[in-house]
Each structure stands twice: as C-alpha cells, then as structure tokens.
Ligand binder design. Structure first.
Ligand SMILES: NC(=O)c1ccc[n+]([C@@H]2O[C@H](COP(=O)([O-])OP(=O)(O)OC[C@H]3O[C@@H](n4cnc5c(N)ncnc54)[C@H](OP(=O)(O)O)[C@@H]3O)[C@@H](O)[C@H]2O)c1
Length: 580
C-alpha cells in the first residue's frame, strides 16, 4: 500500500482487497511474456486482503504449454513469510484471432453515446456503493456517465489524472477496469434474492469470480468507453474502446459471486493482522556510544542493592530516599537527573529467588496483600511523578526482576512486579515518555550495558545477559483449521438443565448476552440480576421476551458488591438447575 497507494482506495466491507481486475492485469502481463495474450479463463478462488503495513509478495506462475499451446496460470500471495495462498487459477491462450478481430472492429465512426441509448443519472452512485459495503476511494470512483439501451449498458470511465502515468506502464489499470464494472449497477446483470429490490441491501457484496475470454488490444488507457451486455446467469460481457473507438479490451463473460460481509471479515481475520501477540525483539541499536546523562536511584541502600550494583558496574547514580527528597534537592538548585530509577525487586511483597517460589515465604509474599502493597506503591510514585512539574522532562524507571517472561523457557517469577508492569504500561499509554519499565536479570553484564541500553527511548525493556529486548507487537501466525472434529463439539457448552446467572442483566450488554444465550446456545434457565432487579426499566419486557423464547427466567434484585446478598442469591439457585 506504500508502493501502490491507490490500492487502499479499493475496500470492500471495510477490508482493503486487491481488486479482481488486478488479477486479470497480472495474468495478461504474464501471458504476454510467454506469447499467450488471451486469458481464456481466470477463476478467483480467494480474496487477497492487503495489510495496512508491510509487504505482500505476489507470484504469478505460468506452466509450460500444453498440447494446444495453452498454459495454466496461477496467482499466489505471501505475507510475512507465511505460507503461499493461491488466489486465482486459469488458462492462457494465444490471442492472434482476437487481435485480428479487434483490428477489424476498430473504427472512428462508431457513434458515441450510442444511438437510442438513454442517459442515466449516476449522481450519488458511490455513496450508494459505500452504504452497501464498497468503499471506493478517489482512484476507483472513475464512472463518469452511463447510458442504457434495452439490456445493454454503456459507460464512460476515466482515471484521475495522477494515475495516468501509472496507467501508461500497465496493460489496463485495474482501477479503470474496475470502474467500468461499476456500470453493472445499472443493468439487471445479477439475480437478487426474491425479497430484495434492485439496489437494495442483501447483506452481501458481489465480487468478480470468473473471467472468460479476456483480450487486451491496446495498453495504457486512462479513459474508456465501455459496453456491458448480459452473457448468461450473473454474467456480463465487456467491450471497451478508447475515445476514438479503437478497441482496448474485451471480456466474453465475467461471472460475479456474492460473498457475505461476515465471510469477508473472516477472510480478513485469517489473512490480516487482526490478532497480535507481544514479542520481545532485540532492542534497536542506539547511535553513538550511549550517553546516559545523569542518573538517580530512589531508596535507601539497605532496601535495594541497585545503587551499589550500578556503581560496581561503572554506572554511578545519585541516591535519594524518595521522590520528595529529589524534589527538594531540585528546589534547592540541584539539577534534575535524566533518569530516576525506582527499584521494585527485593521489595516486601516481591519475589526474587526463583528457587523459593514454592516456599512458605514466597507463598506469603505472593499473597494478594503483598501484591496490593507493591502496586499501590507504584501507583503513588507514578502519580507523584506525573503531578510534580519539577520532574517534567525526566523519566522514571521502574526496575523489576522476574516480572516478564521474555525469553524461551522463562516464567514470570514475581507476580507483584508483573502487576507493576501492568499498571505502568497503562500510565505509559496516557503519558508517553515519562515512564520506563526495565526488567533485569542477575547478570552483571546487564548492569554494565545499561548506559548504552538506556540512552535510547524504548519505554519497555528486558535485559538478559547484557542484551536488551524491546516490546514489539508480532502477528499471531494463523494456522489452517486442522483441528479434529472432537475439538469443536456439537454438544452445547451450556448444560440446558443448568442455570446461567447474569449480573447486570438488565443493562445493554447483560440483556444482549441473555438473548444470545437463549437464542444461540439453548440456555433454558436464567437468573437475571441487577440492583433494581424487576423494577429496572425494560426488565419485565426482557423477561417476557426470553420466556416467549422458551426460557424460564427469574429476575432478582441483588447488589453484587454486597457479599451476603450475593451469597443469598447463589444459595437460592435450585439444586435441580445448578449454575452452569
Ligand atoms: N455497552 C458497551 O458498549 C460497553 C463497552 C465496553 C465496556 N462496557 C462496560 O460493560 C459494563 C456493562 O455495560 P452496559 O452498557 O451493559 O451498562 P448498563 O446498560 O449501564 O448496565 C449495567 C447493568 O449493571 C447493573 N448493575 C450496576 N451495578 C450493579 C451492582 N452493584 N450489582 C448488580 N448489578 C449492577 C445495572 O442495573 P442496576 O442499576 O439496577 O443495578 C445494569 O443492569 C459496564 O461496566 C460498561 O462500562 C460496556
């Protein structure tokens, strides 16, 4: 999309797709290179979803000639080194006959617009397309005028001027040919479901599916005169000429296929970057030798070993008891350090020794109270740091150990420190450049490397044996759906005899969940609660609706923040319909 920005102008159901006309262009070009200029047929098997970032590799494969001289052509794509996906398969043939026919057809005296054709208003067409899921950007909004004569549709299409140079390098610019197909909207070329009026929303979008007999007679056009005519069920023939009537392209038939928007979204999910995981990639090298600036460490030496460790590693830092002491020093004329380290390892509530994870002490340290204490401390520090103008321009570095499992085989050893990461990450997204998260190991090389590592501006770093790793999003690799049938059981997950308790059931989401469980999952016993219970607006109607759908519904007033009220509610669930 960076190299071919106009591709972003072709979005269907919110998903940027390579237009079907681009597959034709690829096949025509490949055919031209092997002396088979006619695309005898080309079937589009899977949409090619374009990622917003990164590149897609495309491969056009042409087999050797068969007995008749025809060749098989296929178009594949690959994103991020993933497996190759085939999108189109077809046959190429010699186009000698077509070229001769096109030459014979060429003529300056073809009347345009055609005699007896009736002009059609195209105003608002692209708004209508957008409402039906076709997001055509400026490059693809090329339909200028349309006429109708019986079952035929005639159209004028033109590329925006900024695409003319690109068009000169192409057989036929995909956006131009795509625009020609937009005129299909003015003919009865596709059968609509009985209950949908022409132009009505079917919840589906139509995409080119199968091209037959495509021949290109002239290249590089930036405008076309087009004739569309019926060519069988859901099929249309296309002939296109330039402004002087010279033949440019002909398509014996193009069959379109309806695809549901949900299906397209699924394709999007499968091929697109919709699911990410956190990855720890080697931190980018920092230019220069690394100038760490001035450092300070908070805390007394007897509660943290960090200042001593930094000193012995050759990276000295001033020490302050806490942020208030640092602020006072700045007020008294001291300069503000560039980085202020606050050690969290070895604090009450944190665990440092992996071997003691299961010991009594460690279990005590892992208690909820311990985690809460540590998290509150981190919160107080972040708030004080953020609210005191004396700290502006400097960064507070939360130093942890065992908070992150960043390398293969690592485990999160310190849940309290992990919680600090969670909290500070949220603070970072609201206050960029104010906080750094730094998870260290015990290797002295890690301390020695800190001046170099911390002279960059990575907000989250893990240092292991002197090497820094930075947080990056990585695409979750999609795997083909090879799960055995037993993993997607037909049996309902919800026991139809069991009761489903929904808290906040009278609200927007709760009532949606209740309806969904009854309609889609066969849930038959519902306990719906909110503080107002049956007195809440819409509660009675919801219960009536669910009851009419076959569920037995009890509305209960219960404040779930009230422990004993919640216990009473749970005790009231009948034994024959236990919670499921
Ligand atoms: N709607 C969204 O698109 C959306 C998106 C993201 C997150 N959320 C979050 O999801 C939650 C539900 O959203 P919603 O749109 O369904 O909100 P809602 O329409 O305001 O419904 C909240 C429901 O919770 C009940 N409730 C509130 N406090 C309760 C308590 N202490 N004990 C028992 N019931 C209680 C309310 O009824 P009573 O007042 O009678 O107790 C009501 O039934 C909210 O936390 C919301 O912030 C919603």
């Amino acid at each position: 999309m960076v190299s071919h920005g106009w591709l972003a102008d072709h979005a269907v159901a919110g998903v940027a797709l390579l237009p079907g006309t681009a597959f034709v262009e690829l096949a025509l070009r490949a055919g031209d290179a092997v002396g088979c200029g006619r695309v005898e047929e080309l079937t589009l098997e899977a949409p090619l979803v374009l990622p917003q970032d990164g590149a897609v590799s495309v491969q056009v494969h042409v087999d050797g000639p068969g007995e008749s001289g025809r060749r098989t052509v296929s178009v594949y794509s690959q994103t991020d080194g993933d497996t190759w996906t085939r999108h189109a398969l077809g046959t190429l043939a010699d186009d000698a006959g077509d070229t001769a026919r096109a030459d014979a057809d060429a003529g300056d005296d073809v009347p345009w617009p055609p005699a007896d054709a009736e002009a059609v208003d195209v105003e608002g067409l692209y708004d209508r397309f957008a409402r039906n899921g076709f997001g055509y950007g400026p490059t693809f909004q090329g339909l200028r005028a349309v006429w109708r004569r019986g079952e035929e549709v005639f159209a004028e299409v033109r590329l925006p001027e900024e695409q003319w140079a690109e068009a000169r390098h192409l057989g036929v610019h995909p956006a131009l040919l795509d625009a020609a197909l937009h005129a299909m909207a003015f003919g009865g070329f596709v059968r609509l479901p009985g209950d949908v009026a022409p132009g009505g929303d079917t919840g589906r979008v139509r995409l080119p599916f199968s091209w037959n007999g495509v021949s290109l007679h002239a290249t590089g056009a930036s405008a076309l005169r087009v004739r569309l005519a019926p060519a069988g069920p859901d099929a249309v023939s296309v002939t296109a000429s330039d402004g002087s009537g010279r033949s440019v392209l002909s398509v014996d038939s193009l069959v379109t296929r309806a695809i549901s928007r949900e299906q397209l979204s699924r394709e999007h999910g499968t091929f697109h970057e919709s699911l990410f995981r956190l990855d720890w990639a080697p931190a980018p090298a920092v230019n220069g030798a690394g100038r760490p600036g001035r450092w300070a460490v908070l805390g007394d030496d007897d509660t943290t070993s960090l200042p001593t460790a930094l000193k012995s590693a050759g990276a000295g830092a001033e020490r302050f008891a806490d942020l208030s002491a640092l602020a006072e020093s700045v007020t008294a004329g001291g300069s503000m350090p560039d980085l202020v380290f606050v050690p969290f390892e070895g604090q009450p509530g944190t665990v440092t020794d992996p071997d003691t994870v299961l010991s009594v002490d460690a279990r005590r340290a892992l208690s909820a109270d311990g985690v809460r204490t540590v998290t509150h401390r981190a919160l107080a520090l972040a708030q004080q740091w953020q609210s005191d103008e004396r700290f502006t321009g400097s960064r507070l570095v939360f130093v942890t150990r065992g908070a992150v499992a960043a390398r293969a085989g690592e485990r999160v050893l310190d849940p309290a420190c992990a919680t600090v990461w969670g909290l500070v990450r949220a603070a970072q997204s609201e206050n960029p450049d104010r906080f750094v998260l730094l998870d260290l190991d015990d290797d002295e090389a890690s301390l020695t490397a800190l001046p170099r590592i911390l002279s960059g501006d990575e907000p989250q770093l893990v240092v292991r044996a002197g090497r820094a790793f930075a947080a990056r999003l990585a695409r979750v690799q999609t795997t083909p759906n090879t799960a055995p049938a037993t993993e997607t059981p037909d049996t309902p997950v919800w026991d139809p005899q069991g009761t489903v308790l929904i808290t906040g059931a009278t609200g927007v989401l709760g009532s949606l969940v209740a309806r969904h469980l009854v309609a889609e999952h066969g849930v038959r016993h519902l306990l719906l609660t909110s503080r107002r219970g049956g007195a809440a607006a819409g509660a009675a109607e919801l219960a009536d609706e669910l009851t009419a759908s076959g569920a037995s519904v009890r509305l209960a007033a219960c404040d779930v923040a009230n422990r004993s009220a919640l216990a009473d509610l749970l005790a009231s669930v009948p034994a024959e319909h236990p919670l499921t």
